[in-house]
Design a protein around this ligand. Structure first.
Ligand code: KG4
Ligand code: ZN
Length: 401
């Protein structure tokens, strides 16, 4: 089954055309290969705002989706030039709020034939609504022109599921032919974790602990009351004069300080670490960073203290979640899961405890469309969600039994 994943919830425009095998139940082994994939990050454009600027994100998605679509199809060997009879009136109606997308996409659809794609999986939330709508309207237009069904996907479910992809044990397919697509002959496999599984989702917009008693079922244990962990990295980095996104910058400096055994004389708070719940709060930590930072301080040592404060809290709450739920597996995902110190501490936490630990392949920890295609594929086993931008869409909201 070939699915095109479409991701525009934040500042990455991403498409991934994935071929899935192993269909009939969630427990059967899922294998997939990537036929074509494109991703354009707007991070550099948003850097001067110190965060993501929604109208700029929307405009960039609208400008980039059609060329990326063309490249994705072409890499997959599935770009078929030739006239298609498209209903321009209907497409104009679907894209009336997306003038720039309309101008690029409609001529493209009219001059290419329907490729062999079974479904379009599109992120409908959570995320920035103007940005989400571009991806949704893109999918609706492609769906209308070429008669391909749409699967609406929860972005966070994508992050969670992509952490289960087996890394390093890619299987070469015997005798496969050469093709344009770089991963054409590589199959990826999906792990089946032991349940209950606790997931820590940590990104620029989210910090959540979730428990799953079975596949594709999610119950929120707790989340942040204010800033997300990634946001705390980003805002702290900005205070220190470092570029956006701040997580990798702080992490690099912290690593240097650890190697030099440099410690910050300032000790930052670990908000809510002792509270017996699964809630987080990072905005006070950011304020402390602001109040304690002075340019004459050792920036690397201070970055290390920021990273330690955030990671200490994430580890402590995850430990509590393991104890309270009897978790057999821990899944860590979202942009902040790329943090090496978090990974090291999670390994220490789970070592010798009989708890499985899953992190996504590093290049798939931040936003991408492969995870959206994957969630779309597996979503066939849970109840449908609405095809409209839902900025605050909670995980599992529509998936109760
Ligand atoms: O999942 P993601 O790409 O986008 C959202 O859905 O938010 O996450 C982006 C976040 C940013 O806040 C970024 O600073 C953080 O992930 N991040 C990191 C690292 N790499 C990315 N934070 C800490 N350490 C890293 N190595
Ligand atoms: Zn994300």
């Amino acid at each position: 089954m070939k699915i095109l994943g479409v991701e525009t919830s934040c500042d990455e425009t991403a498409l991934s055309l994935v071929d899935f095998h192993g269909d009939d139940s969630i427990s059967s082994e899922v294998k997939f290969k990537v036929l074509g994939e494109t991703l354009l990050s707007q991070a550099a454009l948003h850097a001067e705002y110190g965060g993501v600027f929604p109208t700029l994100a929307k405009r960039e998605h609208a400008k980039n989706l059609t060329p990326l679509f063309e490249k994705t199809l072409s890499d997959a060997g599935m770009l078929i030039p030739g006239e298609s009879t498209v209903n321009s009136e209907l497409l104009t109606e679907i894209l009336y709020r997306e003038k720039e997308l309309l101008d690029l996409l409609v001529p493209f659809l009219a001059t290419h034939q329907k490729p062999d794609i079974d479904a379009l999986a599109v992120t409908v939330g959570p995320g920035l609504e103007p940005a989400l709508w571009v991806g949704i309207n893109f999918a609706r237009a492609v769906s209308a022109a070429w008669n391909i069904p749409i699967i609406p996907v929860n972005h966070m479910e994508g992050h969670l599921l992509i952490a289960l992809v087996e890394e390093g044990r890619r299987q070469k397919v015997e005798g496969s032919e050469n093709s344009n697509a770089k991963d054409e002959n590589i199959f990826y496999k999906l792990h089946s974790p032991n349940y209950p599984a606790v997931t820590l989702l940590v990104s620029g917009g989210h910090t959540e602990l979730i428990v799953s008693e079975e596949p594709l079922h999610y119950r929120l244990l707790g989340e942040t009351r204010d800033d997300a962990a990634g946001e705390c990295f980003d805002k702290s980095a900005r205070i220190l004069g470092l570029p956006y996104p701040g997580g990798p910058e702080i992490s690099k400096l912290a690593k240097k300080a650890r190697e030099a055994n440099a410690k910050s004389p300032v000790v930052l708070p670990r908000p809510m670490i002792h509270e017996k719940n699964f809630e987080f709060s990072f905005s006070g930590l950011k304020t402390s960073v602001k109040n304690s930072w002075a340019p004459e301080m050792d920036i690397a040592a201070f970055a290390r203290e920021i990273e330690d404060a955030i990671v200490d809290v994430l580890i402590s709450k995850t430990k509590r979640a393991i104890e309270e739920t009897g978790a057999q597996s821990i899944i860590v995902s979202g942009g902040v899961s790329a943090n090496t110190e978090l990974k090291r501490r999670m390994e220490l936490l789970t070592e010798g405890q009989g708890v499985q630990l899953y992190f996504p392949p590093r290049d798939l920890s931040t936003d991408n469309a492969r995870m959206i295609a994957l969630a779309g594929y597996l979503q066939r086993f849970s109840s449908p969600i609405k095809i409209e931008a839902q900025g605050q869409l909670p995980l599992g909201s529509s998936q109760t039994t």
